[in-house]
Design a protein around this ligand. Structure first.
Ligand SMILES: NC(=O)C1=CN([C@@H]2O[C@H](COP(=O)(O)OP(=O)(O)OC[C@H]3O[C@@H](n4cnc5c(N)ncnc54)[C@H](OP(=O)(O)O)[C@@H]3O)[C@@H](O)[C@H]2O)[C@@H](O)CC1
Ligand SMILES: Nc1ncnc2c1ncn2[C@@H]1O[C@H](COP(=O)(O)OP(=O)(O)O)[C@@H](O)[C@H]1O
Ligand SMILES: [K+]
Length: 547
């Protein structure tokens, strides 16, 4: 189970280990630095090749001929401490390393201070103010090319926006502006990225400045942080590698993690369920998906196809009279029921074999306002998406009063803002202090208020239950699936969830498994994907998973 930690959780786990005496902070820092060097060589094996040794201090990059060259930028906390370890280890391998410190050496915390001193033994550490890449003439080779830039300015301790006195993004931008072919690695997190929210905490919202803070590799410790997976985190981190610093081997840190267990966010894991050989179609439930009127039935048909492919025993489309013909000539394995107004719908729901409902895709606001209360009164497992959410924009409390714990809401950002305007306002406000309010915070708060599971869509889909249980279905890094951003893919997701609810999955499991499979289907198909393709990938995805 891949856990994602907040800065405070990581600190609690580390502190428990240090306080127990099972390990020292200095040992952890050494392992962290070693882990970074290891990850650098794994990512760029060419850098591990031997080159000529660096000259003795005060030799600088411009006097270097053969050695690999690195610039290490260290900050005033323990992230800087990791940077000093990396600088020392690279120097020991014959690298020419320029080290710059932001802050005063005598103010460094003890472990970072110890590593600053060790680093100074093998070469110079300069003040950050002297780090002026814009004045270096890279093109003429006066300074020489830099092979590697190591960002160790801020990690999980970032508490306020990075100020203009640092302009780290500008400086790194200059270093990486195409003249210099440097590889960029961030220790723990790119400096300026909030570990909890994945939002940039820099005192400029200027896109150019933000863009320059992008790294190719981020090396984190023990576990990924939530910010590596949500919001701008993945784009800034480039690729995230996690290195062990031995905390899993220590009873003290394992105990601390157990205490935090209920609060810890996970990467979404699917629950895979085999169809039992002796079952019949009703064993796998009967889903009812409500469609909109004539000319607007495509979204519900996509959802229905998704529900069927994911394994619901039966799927019925509930269509208004004016769309009956249109739908009838489009569907084969699906069934059709005429559902007009609230009364007719209530009568259909008397069939207790219907055990999962989906309302919203293409439904129309008016029809949704009529039929959602009927669906919710039936106390059946129900997915509310699209128009079924927007229909309550004027009075979200009216919807919340009717929701129950077998419901799943699947808003995208706009729909979330309509139902939870205060939550959206907090989420969308510029981040001014760390830890900043995150998509995880927003989804948990929404789920608590709604009293049911909320799946908040995006490349970083966050799924939360009212009890705080939460996971991130991250379509990033090796699971990046930008083709999912195609019209109708959300409708298919609603259908997937409905199908799993029909199969008897609990709401949280249904939402998590559906979201995970949704990305798998996109990955299976690849570029060129349209929403119709998604359900059709499920057989291949299931085959690969062995179900
Ligand atoms: N603990 C351990 O054993 C291990 C920790 N490890 C490493 O430590 C990192 C966490 O270290 P950390 O807690 O010292 O925080 P860090 O990110 O270095 O920054 C704190 C400093 O920055 C300052 N500061 C903050 N915001 C600022 C701003 N906007 N502008 C200017 N200054 C600002 C802040 O100042 P203050 O708020 O105190 O005034 C403080 O001085 C973690 O990411 C990992 O890399 C690993 O070695 C494994 C073992
Ligand atoms: N860049 C992306 N990477 C991965 N998944 C994405 C991306 N953008 C959107 N998605 C997913 O695509 C779906 C879009 O749903 P939605 O916004 O409701 O659109 P629609 O109404 O057109 O179906 C959601 O499941 C969302 O998580
Ligand atoms: K950093």
């Amino acid at each position: 189970m891949a856990e994602l930690l907040t800065a405070a959780q990581m600190r609690a786990i580390e502190q428990a280990a240090i306080a127990s005496g099972e390990v020292t902070g200095l040992e952890l820092m050494e392992r962290a630095g070693r882990g970074v060097v290891e990850a650098i060589f794994e990512e760029w094996p060419e850098l591990a090749e031997e080159r000529g040794p660096a000259p003795a201090p005060p030799g600088y990059l411009q006097q270097e001929e053969g050695a690999w060259r690195a610039v290490v930028l260290c900050g005033p906390g323990n992230n800087g401490g990791d940077g000093f370890v990396v600088a020392r280890l690279l120097r020991a391998r014959g690298w020419a390393v320029e080290v710059f410190l932001y802050g005063a050496p005598d103010k460094l915390p003890p472990d970072a201070r110890a590593n600053y001193e060790r680093c100074c033994e093998a070469g110079k550490v300069q003040a950050f103010a002297e780090f002026e890449p814009e004045n270096w003439n890279w093109q003429t080779g006066e300074v020489g090319e830099v092979d590697l830039i190591v960002d160790a300015v801020f990690g999980t301790g970032l508490v306020r926006p990075v100020g203009s006195e640092i302009w780290l993004h500008e400086k790194i931008g200059v270093l990486t502006s195409g003249v210099v072919n440097a590889r960029r690695v961030a220790i723990d997190l790119p400096s300026g990225l909030c570990a909890d929210s994945g939002k940039p905490l820099i005192d400029t919202q200027d896109e150019i400045g933000r863009g320059k803070l992008e790294f190719e590799l981020s090396v984190s410790f023990h576990r990924e942080k939530v910010g590596h997976r949500i919001s701008d985190g993945p784009a800034f981190c480039g690729k995230t590698v996690v290195k062990s610093i031995g905390l899993d081997d220590l009873p003290s840190s394992r105990a601390a993690a157990r205490e935090l267990a209920s609060e810890i966010v996970r990467l979404t894991q699917p629950r895979l369920l085999d169809k039992a050989a002796e079952s019949h179609k009703y064993t796998h439930g009967h889903a009812l998906i409500l469609s909109g009127g004539s000319g607007r039935t495509g979204a519900a048909r996509l959802a229905a196809r998704g529900a069927l492919r994911i394994g619901a025993g039966l799927v019925t489309l509930g269509v208004p009279p004016n769309a009956q013909q249109e739908v009838a000539c489009q569907i084969t394995a699906l069934m059709l029921a005429r559902i007009d107004g609230a009364e007719g719908f209530a009568a259909v729901l008397d069939d207790t074999r219907l055990n999962a409902l989906c309302l919203g895709p293409g439904m129309g606001i008016e029809r949704a306002r009529d039929l959602v209360p009927v669906a919710l009164a039936a106390r059946c497992a129900t997915v509310l998406d699209a128009d079924a959410l927007t229909a309550f924009a004027e009075d979200p409390a009216e919807l919340f009063a009717q929701l129950h714990e077998a419901c799943v809401l699947t808003p995208h950002g706009g729909e979330l803002a309509r139902l939870f305007p205060d939550i959206a306002a907090k989420l969308n406000a510029p981040a001014m202090t760390g830890p900043a309010y995150s998509k995880v915070d927003a989804t948990r708060e929404a789920a608590k208020r709604a009293g049911c599971v909320v799946l908040f869509k995006g490349a970083d889909t966050v799924i939360a239950a009212p009890d705080g249980c939460c996971s991130v279905n991250s379509a990033h890094y090796e699971r990046s699936a930008p083709w999912l951003a195609t019209a109708g893919s959300g409708d298919v997701l609603a259908g997937f969830i409905t199908g799993l609810l029909a199969r008897g999955f609990a709401p949280m499991q249904a939402a998590e498994t559906a979201a995970w499979l949704h990305v798998e289907c996109a990955l299976e198909f690849g570029p060129g994907l349209i929403a119709e393709d998604l359900p059709e990938q499920l057989p291949a995805v299931f085959r690969k998973l062995g179900v």
